[in-house]
Ligand binder design. Structure first.
Ligand code: CO
Length: 428
């Protein structure tokens, strides 16, 4: 039994599809009903709903009384990994798995540690093509390093080529075909009935607490499942307010979001339109609701590194344990501005949660995230926030446990409020 529910959430999410299924399971447990995209929606006041689209999830609940705008939060379900391809017969009687990098990972962190595969498969069942989750729940693979005796320069940094250096070792003395058989056994179906797969490597090391006071959480996929967990728990804990709360978890953030289920799609804007249409609210009411809506884009942030404080801007360097991070970028890679920072700052003040600021060192480009991509489809005010972490995009990342609870409390307050625009300004 894990010591914090975040650890169980991380351990039960070995792929983006499993993360989405975890979110869906938590929603089902709280009485949310799955909507099918292919059918007309009938929504009731007080109803709780969610939909799933290939590793992305959107959940919302309809207030019982009158409501104004949508209060949205977004995180992402995917993390840098490797997509599994065909088996590759290799030197030494070895069979390796061909892999292709997914996203921008610190690939050397994947060497010399137990790995396995997780993802999904499409299986023929009668005359249906059924998508099933796949997780080979055992230590299955290792990507072995070259010994230092053959590469004396290794500690000075050796480039790793995905085509040659990063293929995991799978079997000894076996012909290609063994991997497909293993997947068929895992799913308890005939090999001929597995039509296709989306499988990814996943580290076997479980999420754990480390540090003198167990203050740190060390785990794969903290970016962004720590924020997803905090937004989900805050969403479920919130009381009903005068806004319609929406939780969005997007797949494909690590590869640019420009996919059918990514943040750079019409998934979220279509969903909000369908909600208003199903509730009999017309186009004009929908536009007015959007004008009193707000988006919190929640994606992990860089804490100042204890060995390398020079990579951070001295005045805007968040620390582990310092609470929720507001992210700023002059060129709007992060969407935080004076108005949205003030709104979310008030939310955190009401929740009793500390806030810190992050801005990239002005001469380092930094990363991108969900906020500015989402609002290119859905024109609402937006703030970019995150939780401070180290080793972002490593196979094993590090963050501070109590920051998770800080964001969760802030999101519970956020989803309980409503945003109201008046002649004088904005009230929460
Ligand atoms: Co992220």
């Amino acid at each position: 039994m894990e010591r914090h529910p975040l650890l169980a959430f991380l351990n039960n999410s070995p792929s983006c599809y499993h993360a989405a299924a975890q979110v869906a399971a938590a929603l089902e447990g709280a009485g949310y009903v799955r909507l099918r995209e292919e059918r007309p929606w009938t929504l009731a006041c007080g109803g709780r709903y969610y939909l799933l689209r290939e590793g992305s999830v959107i959940a919302f609940r309809v207030p019982r009384g009158a409501w104004r705008g949508f209060l949205l939060a977004a995180g992402h379900s995917d993390s840098p990994t490797f997509r599994v391809r065909q088996e590759v017969p290799s030197a030494g009687n070895c069979l390796r798995l061909g892999v292709e990098p997914y996203g921008g990972g610190i690939w050397r962190s994947w060497l010399d540690r137990p790995l396995t595969v997780a993802g999904r498969a499409v299986v023929r069942q009668g005359d249906s093509l059924v998508t099933r989750l796949v997780y080979v729940d055992r230590d299955l693979l290792v990507i072995p390093s070259v010994a230092i005796h053959m590469d004396r320069e290794v500690n000075k940094g050796t480039a790793l080529k995905p085509q040659t250096d990063l293929l995991p070792l799978f079997a000894l003395g076996k012909e290609p075909g063994a991997f497909s058989r293993l997947i068929a056994q895992t799913l308890a179906v005939g090999e001929e009935n597995i039509l296709s797969t989306d499988l990814f490597l996943t580290p076997r090391a479980p999420a754990t607490l480390v540090g003198a006071e167990e203050e740190f959480v060390a785990a794969p996929r903290l970016d962004d499942l720590q924020c997803v967990f905090a937004c989900l728990t805050g969403f479920l804990a919130a009381e009903e307010g005068e806004s319609l709360p929406v939780l969005a978890v997007f797949n494909h953030e690590e590869v640019g979001s420009a996919t059918r289920q990514g943040a750079d799609s019409t998934l979220l804007s279509d969903t909000l339109e369908r909600i208003d249409a199903a509730l009999g609210r017309g186009e004009e009411a929908h536009r007015a609701a959007l004008a009193e809506s707000f988006l919190v884009s929640a994606d992990n942030a860089h804490a100042v590194h204890p060995a390398h404080p020079e990579y951070a801007d001295a005045a805007e360097a968040p620390v582990l344990g310092g609470g929720v991070v507001l992210k700023y970028s002059a060129n709007q890679r992060y969407t935080t501005d004076a108005v949205s920072a003030a709104v979310f700052g008030e939310v955190c003040r009401l929740a009793g949660v500390p806030v810190q600021r992050y801005g990239n060192r002005p001469d380092l480009p930094g990363g991108s995230t969900l906020g500015n991509i989402s609002i290119s489809h859905l024109s609402v005010p937006s703030v970019d926030v995150g939780l401070p972490q180290l080793a972002m995009h490593s196979a094993y990342e590090l963050a501070c446990l109590r920051d998770t609870d800080a964001l969760s409390r802030a999101m519970a307050v956020y989803f309980s409020r409503s945003l109201r625009r008046t002649e004088a300004g904005i009230t929460l």
